[in-house]
Ligand binder design. Structure first.
Ligand SMILES: Nc1ncnc2c1ncn2[C@@H]1O[C@H](COP(=O)(O)OP(=O)(O)O)[C@@H](O)[C@H]1O
Ligand SMILES: [Mg+2]
Length: 316
């Protein structure tokens, strides 16, 4: 028997070295049952290494990791039937159809009772059920990969960069599928370097950089704690706007499209600024008011940008 815990995953002081390279450096976090947990970080941050330790594929150098209350280094055979995995860069057999592929993997994982049609529906591949793998677009391939990860009806699903290299539309279609998993009550562990993906899907985000978890919380909390301001952009301004803002004590920035951006802490600053501009008879063509996103949180915490377009693009 294993003890029941409220956590699907508990990672305590996990370190993983590859020879001299410290890939994961003393990280701790928990993932609650039923939540979507996103590991957000750039290439090389240590996401796959961490996920593969939790999936029992890699052995930790030190630290303790439990999945559904079971130690991943000791209970591999009990853990594997209860998890589903979409590995980074998933690929399958070129000439096998969607339906045959799901059937193949369900037999391989001894899930003779897998609901093949249900899985095809869940990932929205009904129209493509008879299509060979090689004829699928990148987004369809990833959705097939998600179906395969679900053949054993797992409690915890790991998706390692499920949308990397996909175009925006295909990415949205994968997100729809992931939202469906969340509705079914699965615990989802997602890795990504797309901040909008983490922001949209995750209940909890852990930001990982250079093997360290540097911040963790709900997307809203992370933004509130690390980037608590409003960004105002005045479009096509005349020179006065910039000066007015400076005189009011703000620090406006002018870009080469004659837009002025300024950050304020409170919503009443917005009103104050608009009144001052009106009183001075200054002109601008448009105003955009934006809350910061996780990209800005990452930038603030690491001083580096999260790369939007990774070098490895979608395989043809
Ligand atoms: N099997 C391995 N052997 C040696 N180094 C590795 C291996 N796998 C990953 N690394 C290195 O560990 C670091 C973290 O990699 P990884 O966990 O794949 O990060 P991410 O998934 O965030 O891109 C990188 O510097 C990577 O080159
Ligand atoms: Mg990776």
């Amino acid at each position: 028997m294993t003890k029941e815990t409220e956590y699907a995953i508990e990672v305590d002081k996990l370190t993983k070295r590859y020879g001299d390279l410290l890939a994961v450096n003393d990280i701790s976090f928990t993932v609650s049952k039923g939540e979507v947990f996103a590991f957000l970080g750039p290439n090389g941050a240590g996401k796959t290494t961490t996920v593969e330790v939790i999936e029992t594929i890699r052995t930790p150098t030190s630290g303790k990791v439990t999945l559904l209350g079971m130690d991943v280094t000791k209970k591999k055979h009990d853990i594997v039937p209860r998890i589903g995995v979409l590995p980074q860069g998933f690929s399958s057999f070129d000439r096998i159809t969607v339906r045959e592929t799901i059937q193949y993997y369900s037999r391989l994982f001894c899930c003779m009772n897998a609901d093949i049609d249900g899985l095809i529906d869940l990932v929205n591949l009904k129209d493509k059920a008879k299509e060979q793998y090689k004829n699928l677009s990148g987004g369809l391939k990833q959705r097939l990969g998600i179906a395969i990860a679900l053949v054993n009806d797992p409690e915890v699903v790991f998706l390692d960069e499920p949308t990397t290299g996909l175009d925006p539309r295909a990415r949205h279609e994968v997100w729809e599928v992931l939202l469906g998993l969340k509705e079914k009550g699965k615990t989802v562990f997602l890795t990504t370097h797309y901040m909008e993906e983490a922001e949209l899907l995750a209940d909890t985000v852990a930001i990982i950089s250079k093997g360290k978890v540097i911040a963790m919380g709900s997307p809203g909390d992370l933004i509130e704690r690390n980037a608590n301001y409003l960004a105002l952009t005045f479009k096509s301004v005349d020179g006065k706007v910039f000066e007015i803002l400076r005189k009011m004590g703000f620090e406006p920035v002018l870009d080469n499209h004659k837009n002025v951006e300024v950050r304020v802490e409170h919503t009443y600053d917005v009103q104050k600024i608009l009144n001052a501009i009106k009183d001075a008879g200054a002109l601008y063509l448009g105003l955009d008011i934006r809350k910061p996103n996780l990209e800005e949180v990452f930038l603030k915490l690491t001083g580096e940008a999260l790369r939007e377009n990774p070098p490895e693009m979608e395989p043809k």
